[in-house]
Design a protein around this ligand. Structure first.
Ligand SMILES: [Fe+2]
Ligand SMILES: [Fe+2]
Length: 232
């Protein structure tokens, strides 16, 4: 598997991780976040190497901190990363679309993928994250108050786990296809740039999913144990 180090050096990686914290929030619901430097450091370690990563070290941060990070990451993907990649694709298409007919299918393929990814993110933003935020409040207030928080008792982290698809795997297929286009030495630079962007984004999504599955989910399972008894 390609490691992050093959693609970017560590100062660039740190910049990539902190860059998402500067994204201007589109809605008031997402606050501008000041991230704990220790958490940034751990995330940097995770980007360097996710094999044998000590997930328990991340458990000492609050669910809010993890949630804020994931939410700003979603924002970063939607408002920066995806538009950047699309821009590159558009550039390639306008320059080589006539001479390389197969590029049209690549553009369609990427577009289908993009829509799936946006749906994946929006589902988490609209269902999972509000559910967790209400759970956090419920865990802090009295049972009688918690009942008025309108927690969706039909939803559970169990349901989320069973439907959480590895969306990054499909992006790997996209990058495999681009590689087929750009396999020879005469590959124009824009193809290489595009391939690099897609590979980096795949790496991004993989780390993001690791934090969701191995850090956030166990935290929410604990939170549910404390709060779900309100429904009984
Ligand atoms: Fe996500
Ligand atoms: Fe996800």
């Amino acid at each position: 598997m390609t490691t992050a180090n093959n693609l970017i050096n560590s100062s660039k990686m740190l910049q990539m991780i902190t860059e998402r914290l500067d994204i201007t929030p589109k809605t008031k619901a997402i606050k501008h976040i000041e991230m704990n430097p220790e958490l940034i450091e751990l995330i940097l370690d995770l980007y360097n190497d996710d094999e044998d990563f000590p997930f328990e070290k991340m458990q000492r941060f609050s669910v809010e901190e993890i949630l804020d990070y994931l939410q700003s990451t979603h924002q970063y993907y939607l408002s920066k990363k995806l538009p950047e990649i699309e821009q590159s694709l558009l550039h390639i298409f306008s320059k080589y679309g006539q001479s390389h007919q197969l590029l049209a299918s690549l553009a369609i393929f990427f577009n289908i993928y993009k829509n799936k990814l946006v749906d994946h993110i929006l589902l988490e933003e609209k269902q999972l994250f509000p559910y967790i935020r209400r759970m956090i409040i419920a865990s802090k207030v009295k049972a009688v108050c918690a009942e008025s928080l309108e927690i969706d008792m039909e939803f559970s982290i169990e349901k989320f786990i069973s439907s959480h698809s590895p969306i990054e795997d499909e992006l790997k297929e996209v990058s495999e296809i681009i590689k087929q286009y750009s396999d020879n030495k005469t590959t124009p630079l824009p193809y290489k740039v595009f391939l690099n962007q897609v590979e980096l984004f795949e790496l991004e999504l993989r780390k993001h999913a690791i934090i969701e599955d191995h850090v956030l989910v166990p935290m929410v399972i604990e939170l549910e144990k404390q709060t779900k008894h309100f429904s009984n």
